[in-house]
Design a protein around this ligand. Structure first.
Ligand code: 26Y
Length: 828
């Protein structure tokens, strides 16, 4: 009976229209004319969900039948953005649905704008997880995303008086039409208490946790629709509920105090996403969040496996865990616990399975991002897990001693100090992830080299075969097909639509790079996208910008190493030049920023204020005559990113070399035909390799130069301050009230960070002054290049056509071939 083909199912317009009308009726007791925009969004989404659910069931049935190996992508963050438009794209139903809605008098774009972003992530790492899910489904690989259903996602940013204000993101307020609650898969997760040991009748030691508090983890499933292939995978995110009272063990019956505490735990644990990006804060609740979703996910993975198999020893043949940074690393000890305590395996048996199951991705070399939990906290919250970590550590230290004791010239104690999992009263999660898995990967070639040669050198020496690189990628479905329909259609008109699932095909555009007509068409599309962004900026920020000016864009989380400060100091410098030489022939430029700062990060927040203060002065100075505009786009997020990338001429990727592991925004800009202005850092290196240095603007210290200064000293920012008048003028403006007339001291902390006059503290750790001149020169090259419009268009088209490497489809295929070894599932 269920033999209907799932693949190229015809879209039935009339059926769809009827189902939207029906949904509005049953959900809201209204007809289409009466329903408001949000209600229409819900009704349309439910109609689409009906379509998805059929494919979802078929896919899961096929997995059930074929029993393929699965990857569990474990991540504290999934920065999904909106689902409706993306689902329509991947169902290949976007245009027909837009038409059907138009016939009902409705505008799909406005309906899409009703959907709140699912912002369950901070930035790069979370968005990468979302792109990976898209590629896994599109390539037909069996995969689960495992995460947390935060009640509040990434905060919404408002700018008041130039300052960032954080507003709670109540994304579930109107209900989420695409999610599915799955109470039948609920799991119990235990915290605290103590471990008791007794010997059972077979002489085995049995470990039981007692006096604990427990939380019920209830999964919500999100469909992940593959592009045009009928595959629908699952993102499973866990909500917390209090356990029913009868589940208190008999020991605790009637313990009122404990019942209240348990309820509070359940209420707090998934309340909010920690908004720190690349900065570890060591909060107890965060460790609770980590263990909560990991314990639930590991239990489910093991149970699911055991429903179909009887030999737990072969678990790793069907299951692999990819740990998205160290945040889910307790999965290692949790899997050991389940295998030993619930399945009675020996340590050796459990260790073999665990180390063949777990793989770790490193996303940063920034020391302040490394997770190190105080053993006091860790052992109190997770007593049984801590015992297991102790034992992993004990055995690993024996391995180090065995390997290095008789090696001349090796200081074994030094090795232990650097590599031990438990040291200085802390549990070092990265060390545990490396020691206990079969793969460690960096996220761009340069990043992986730095891991191997510097940051993780000792581990690389001990386990060279574990290390590998997987240069990041992005999904062209969201970031070109959905975000930039004009350019997507233009590309398809020239080279066909294979690029949608095979991005390297986009290189066939190269032959048009020199074609005058193509150049004009391209620039015209870019212009229209700039008009679209200008409209967004006017509506949301009240600032008028000229779409004929150069759109120079830096959008990403605010962090000192990303050097938004370098960008705005250079804007101040240009402003000074224009004031001094009003006759200067200056090509109009719009500097666009978008960035959220972690709530407690002072210099980051002050940089936002500085950008807005410079904007106030520059935008309103009649002498500037609109030649420079500065815009800070409020609340940068996935949905407005789609509009921003499409409209950019210049992509600012100006991190201190060696600090940005990869970057992924850089790839989204390239795909949309912006030229990179950047340092030789992260994936910029590979971008330039693909497109050619003549089609980008590269400046600044190399990673090796930065590392040499860091290791051997020899950089003194004061020397630059003394000798470079332009730099000195700009820095003095930070403390003389030019941009803060009422409060000249306002920006003193930024000044100090660049130029600490008490020689004790470090100054300019991110080499802003060192790179300033080279950046300003690169910016001059940008201007000169833009004046030659044909040549600019040529470079932009080449950027689009050379972006093939940076699809997350390629990245995922490499994970599959070199780490996970999965087989594709094809639906009949
Ligand atoms: C420990 C905790 C506070 C923490 C939370 C979030 C630590 C780090 C993060 C997020 C890190 C992150 O987003 N890293 C970025 O990952 C991207 C995907 O690999 C890279 O492109 C980017 O260079 C890197 O900064």
């Amino acid at each position: 009976a269920s033999e209907k083909p799932v693949k190229a199912k015809e879209f039935d317009k009339e059926l769809f229209k009827r189902s939207v009308e029906y949904n509005v009726r049953t959900l809201y007791r209204k007809n289409l004319e009466e329903a408001d925009a949000q209600q229409i969004f819900q009704a349309v989404s439910y109609a689409i969900k009906d379509r998805i659910v059929e494919n979802w069931m078929e896919t899961q049935k096929a997995y059930e039948k074929e029993d393929p190996k699965m990857v569990y992508y474990m991540s504290m963050e999934f920065l999904m953005g909106r689902a409706l438009g993306n689902n329509l794209i991947n169902l290949k139903a976007y245009k027909p649905v837009a038409e059907a809605l138009e016939e009902l008098g409705l505008d799909l774009n406005l309906i899409e704008d009703q959907e709140p972003d699912a912002a369950l992530g901070n930035g790069g790492l979370g968005r990468l997880a979302a792109c990976f899910l898209d590629s896994l489904a599109t390539l037909g690989y069996p995969a689960y995303g495992c995460g947390i259903r935060y009640r509040y996602g990434m905060f919404k940013q408002e700018i008041r008086d130039g300052y960032q204000v954080e507003v709670p993101d109540n994304w579930l307020m109107n209900g989420n039409p695409f999610e599915l609650r799955r109470p039948e898969y609920a799991k119990i997760v235990k915290f605290g208490g103590y471990v008791s040991v007794h010997t059972d009748e077979n002489g085995r030691n049995v470990f039981t946790q007692e006096g604990y508090q427990s939380v019920k983890a209830v999964p919500f499933d999100f469909p992940i629709v593959g592009y045009g292939n009928g595959i629908v995978n699952t993102l499973r995110i866990w909500d917390a509920e209090p356990v029913e009272c009868f589940q208190l063990d008999s020991f605790d019956k009637g313990d009122y105090q404990k019942a209240v505490e348990q309820e509070n735990l359940a209420r707090n644990i998934v309340e909010v996403l920690y908004p720190n990006d690349n900065h570890y804060a060591g909060k107890e609740l965060r460790l609770k969040q980590q263990y909560f979703f990991i314990s639930a996910s590991v239990q489910e993975a093991v149970e699911k496996y055991m429903r179909k198999h009887d030999d737990i020893h072969k678990f790793y043949e069907k299951v692999t865990f990819q740990l998205n940074d160290t945040h889910p690393t307790v999965a290692i000890a949790e899997l050991m616990r389940v295998l030993m305590d619930d399945y009675y395996l020996t340590w050796e048996e459990a260790w073999e399975i665990t180390t063949k199951t777990c793989a770790y991705t490193n996303h940063t070399i920034m020391a302040e991002a490394l997770e190190k939990w105080p053993i006091e906290l860790f052992s109190r919250l997770l007593p049984r897990i801590y015992q297991i970590v102790e034992e992993i550590n004990r055995r690993f230290i024996l391995d180090i001693q065995q390997k290095y004791s008789n090696v001349p010239g090796v200081d074994v104690q030094e090795k232990i100090r650097k590599m031990a999992i438990i040291y200085d009263g802390q549990v070092k999660m990265a060390n545990m992830a490396i020691v206990s898995g079969y793969s460690v990967n960096g996220v761009a070639r340069l990043h992986t080299e730095i891991l191997e040669k510097q940051e993780l050198k000792d581990f690389y020496e001990m386990f060279p075969e574990r290390f590998n690189n997987k240069t990041n990628g992005i999904t062209q479905r969201r970031f070109l097909l959905h975000a930039n329909p004009l350019l997507a259609d233009w590309v398809t008109a020239h080279v066909g639509d294979d690029w949608i699932t095979d991005l390297p095909q986009i290189s066939r555009l190269k032959v048009y790079a020199d074609d005058k007509k193509a150049q004009q068409e391209f620039m015209n599309i870019k212009y229209q996208n700039k008009v679209r962004l200008a409209k967004y900026i006017l509506e949301h920020n009240g600032i008028e910008v000229d779409p004929r000016s150069i759109f120079d864009v830096q959008v990403k989380r605010l962090h000192e190493y990303k050097r938004q400060l370098l960008n705005i100091l250079h804007v101040m410098h240009l402003y000074n030049e224009l004031k001094e030489h009003p006759e200067l022939d200056f090509y109009p430029r719009t500097f666009i920023f978008g960035a959220k700062a972690a709530a407690g990060y002072r210099n980051a927040k002050l940089t936002i204020k500085l950008i807005n203060s410079v904007a106030d002065v520059v935008n309103n100075d009649p002498a500037i005559n609109g030649k420079i505009k500065v815009v800070f786009i409020e609340n940068y997020n996935v949905s407005n990113a789609e509009i921003i990338f499409a409209a950019a001429d210049v992509s600012e990727q100006i991190s201190t070399a060696s600090k940005e592991a990869s970057g992924t925004g850089n790839m989204k800009f390239m795909l949309n035909g912006a030229l990179t202005l950047g340092t030789m850092d992260g994936a910029n290196v590979e971008i330039v390799e693909e497109v050619g240095e003549e089609n980008a603007f590269i400046f600044g210290l190399s990673a090796q130069e930065v590392i040499n200064y860091e290791n051997h000293g020899g950089y003194d920012p004061m020397e630059i301050f003394n000798n470079d008048q332009d730099v000195r003028k700009v820095l003095m403006q930070l403390i003389n009230g030019t941009f803060a007339p009422g409060d000249p001291e306002l920006f003193r902390p930024l000044y100090n960070s660049l130029l600490n006059t008490q020689c004790t503290a470090k100054a300019d750790t991110y080499f802003i002054l060192k790179d300033f001149k080279s950046y300003a020169e690169a910016q001059k090259r940008v201007e000169a290049a833009y004046r030659d419009e044909d040549n600019w268009a040529k470079s932009a088209i080449l950027n689009v056509s050379c972006s093939g490497k940076f699809t997350s489809d390629r990245t995922i295929q490499q994970y599959v071939d070199e780490i996970w070894h999965l087989d594709k599932v094809v639906l009949k």
